[in-house]
Write a protein that binds this ligand. Structure first.
Ligand SMILES: [Zn+2]
Length: 558
């Protein structure tokens, strides 16, 4: 007869408990060990999803294809905000929310109190190193990021570092608790006293090697054989391409900015508009990993890297150019080099890699017109919108005898009405906004116009309402918002641009790869802001406070 309390059972019990204890501990350790050593969060500045499909035949095995073939690929990820720009894109991905919450509604906006244009990453209380420019910090971004939550999760043991050519591309992905953000000013990588008292020695040494100046006079040649470009792309010397940064219209592009010495603003602009700039960024990223011992410290570290040269090239030559094809294929090779490096020094199996873009891009309107003369496409300058708005208001409410103007500013589809002007005519800003709205709606280029009070109340529902609301932050946004028809652009000096609520600007890659991520492809409707919650979930940390994105099902099932 068996008695569970019998003395003979006790040693067996103890051994069971001991076994259970060791099993529990090993499960616990297994769970801790499941955490990746390094998260590499890659953003490519201006990279529509289409490039992944279009240029895939030219990709190697270890670049984009490493993630496409072995990771989770979301083919239907779109930004659900209307102003698809660099600041809003980078601020939303790792915070998991849009400008209506994080406040980064545009690259820059008109500050009504300061009565001037304000850059999304500027902070007048902060100083950049080696620079006389206004300081940069994440202050204007009200949201926190995955990196912030990672640091908070373990008493700030994790290191989080952001790197980009652009200040906003480095600062916003990394977050407010980041150890550092580094970006390029002219010939040097810099940061600001938001993060540290002075640049680390390794950064100063990297700068002293004059990597950026060393590319002066180099030729940017085509990577692939000539014929490959001809089928997929427009002609190389199309007259509607831009020579703005002194690179000329066709290959080979000589990187000198038409200057005799590298120490000139135009050389640096030419350099930024070349794949060489991405190469230097990768060198810097490797240096950061080695010097900061990222991924080698028994906690999960995070490196956010944003490659900006793709954006500069796209703005000048357009998405249908041979230059964009070339820099995209070169980006593939660059990623392959990066992933091989990660494998060698940390092991890809110990990393989690995410890849997305801050926005896409529109074709150059004149490219479309060169094929279809009568197609509705073109550009409108903010100045034209301003002059038109002034004229509408003058006609309705009368002109001013002094220097008063109706409009303070027009930027990124936002029109800021002068409160002073409205007061002097004893009308409300809403009344003035209504006149602009009614008049702009008559223009052939414009498809919809909203007033701020309509976005606040949600009183007007059109197909654009929800996207515009996500790009509306009362303290920073304008009083009137216009949406142009597809392929009409707000002309801010570059040849083509982005910033519209259309898929060519909003549809971007969302890829996950690495530890704990399964191989899969999904065409479900999702957004780059889902990366924040998904990555937090993979890392076993709290979601960023304002994150509203979903956890995408990427976790491998064991
Ligand atoms: Zn951008």
């Amino acid at each position: 007869m068996k008695n569970s309390n019998s003395i003979s059972q006790i040693p067996h019990r103890i051994s069971q408990i001991v076994i259970f204890f060791f099993l529990s501990v090993s499960v616990l350790f297994a769970k801790v060990n499941e955490r990746p050593k390094l998260v590499v969060a890659i953003t490519i500045d201006q990279f529509p999803y289409e490039y992944l499909e279009k240029f895939r035949p030219y990709f190697g095995k270890g670049g984009f294809n490493l993630l496409l073939k072995n990771g989770a690929n979301f083919t239907n990820a779109t930004y659900k905000h209307s102003i698809n720009e660099t600041g809003p894109g980078h601020a939303s991905i790792y915070s998991g929310c849009y400008g209506n919450k994080n406040g980064i509604v545009m690259n820059d906006w008109f500050d009504r109190k300061l009565h001037r244009r304000v850059n999304c990453a500027e902070d007048t209380s902060i100083k950049n190193f080696h620079s006389s420019r206004i300081g940069r910090s994440p202050k204007n971004n009200l949201a926190y990021t995955v990196g912030d939550m990672l640091r908070l999760s373990n008493n700030f043991q994790s290191k989080v570092i952001g790197i980009s050519m652009k200040d906003r591309g480095a600062i916003f992905p990394a977050g407010k608790f980041a150890n550092a953000a580094y970006w390029i000013e002219d010939s040097m990588f810099t940061s600001s006293n938001y993060y540290m008292q002075s640049l680390p020695d390794w950064v100063e040494k990297f700068n002293a090697r004059k990597n950026i100046d060393s590319y002066f006079g180099k030729n940017w040649n085509k990577l692939l054989v000539e014929k490959e470009y001809k089928t997929l792309c427009d002609i190389d010397d199309a007259k509607y391409e831009s020579d703005e940064d002194g690179l000329g219209l066709s290959f080979p592009h000589i990187i000198h900015g038409k200057e005799k010495t590298p120490k000139t603003k135009t050389y640096y602009e030419a350099f930024f508009t070349s794949p060489f700039c991405n190469d230097v960024l990768l060198q810097f990223a490797k240096e950061a990993i080695e010097q900061e011992q990222l991924g080698k410290r028994n906690v999960t570290d995070m490196l956010c890297v944003s490659f900006s040269a793709n954006d500069y090239v796209g703005h000048n030559y357009g998405p249908n150019s041979q230059e964009v094809m070339d820099i995209t294929v070169r980006t593939d090779r660059l990623l392959e080099e990066f992933f091989k490096y990660l494998d060698k020094i940390i092991g890809l199996k110990n990393c989690v890699i995410t890849l997305t873009a801050d926005h896409g891009v529109a074709p150059i309107p004149d490219y479309l017109k060169s094929r279809f003369t009568n197609i509705e496409a073109g550009k409108i300058t903010p100045k034209e919108i301003r002059q038109l708005s002034e004229r509408f208001l003058n006609n309705t409410f009368g002109t001013f005898s002094d220097t008063t103007h109706w409009i303070d500013f027009v930027v990124h589809h936002n029109i800021y009405i002068s409160e002073k002007a409205c007061k002097s005519k004893s009308i409300s800003v809403e009344q003035a906004a209504k006149v602009i709205q009614d008049s702009l709606l008559q223009m052939k280029e414009i498809v919809d116009v909203f007033r701020a009070d309509e976005l606040k109340s949600g009183s007007r529902q059109t197909p654009f309402t929800s996207k515009l609301k996500n790009s509306f932050f009362e303290k920073r946004s304008g009083d009137v918002f216009f949406v142009m028809k597809p392929y009409y652009l707000e002309d801010r000096g570059s040849n083509t641009t982005h910033g519209a609520p259309y898929n060519y600007d909003a549809h971007v890659p969302v890829l996950f790869y690495g530890k704990g991520v399964m191989k899969m492809e999904s065409n479900e409707d999702c957004a780059p802001i889902d990366i924040a919650a998904t990555l937090s979930s993979l890392l076993g940390i709290e979601f960023p406070p304002m994150s509203e994105g979903r956890v995408l099902e990427v976790r491998s099932k064991k």
